[in-house]
Design a protein around this ligand. Sequence first.
Ligand SMILES: [Zn+2]
Length: 245
Amino acid sequence: MYLTDREAKALIIDVGRKMHEGGFVTANDGNITVRVGDDEVWATPTGVNKGDLTEDKLLRVRISDGAVLEGAWKPTSELGMHLNVYRTDGEVVSTAHAHPLYLTALACAGIELDLASTPAAACISGRVPVVPYCCSGSQELAKSIIPYVKDYHVVNLGNHGPLAWGKTPNEAWFNLEDAEACAHLAFLILELKRFRPLNREQVATLHAFHHIRMTEAGTVNLLDSQANQEPAITFSEYLRQQMGD
Ligand SMILES: [Zn+2]
């Protein structure tokens, strides 16, 4: 059920490149881990741009005590935070942390992302809570995420940025990428000042149809509005409303 060492390393290098190319990281930001056994993950090293990862820079690490089993580089200083995700939920197979700008803006503002904007928002990342600030790389930060692991797919570390996890090798990255797209979308919705959310029933139908298991806490904000069943207005009409004539 786990990826082989070779597959896990190739995936980490691929996700690192996507993070770099997608503007999710600058300098040596971000970390990625993928599980290859009940007590083992491959992880990124400290101090390397995620677009420049190569197999020899990656480390095989024991989940239970954080010991480096293979690899010459020094592991990321955020390793403890990633390992705590695996220690808290035995079903997790991947984790990813980066500093994409829209989610990081919400992390700095202390705004939880919860808009029922699209099926992806409702089904992939779900609600993204903000974890109270802790010093990066500290034991406090590593511990601070533990209460969130079972209920959420992504958390936003206060004044820092998102950490995502998943139950397939690709899922942590997909959850992270989706959450950032939803955060960007939320800023655009704010700019439009017009929003017709998916309602409670529509979200429940999506979850049932796509066999999504999401806790109540991890689910986006549910309203009873039927506004999205109303006809759309034209952009011309919208512009007239906005310009007040
Ligand atoms: Zn970070």
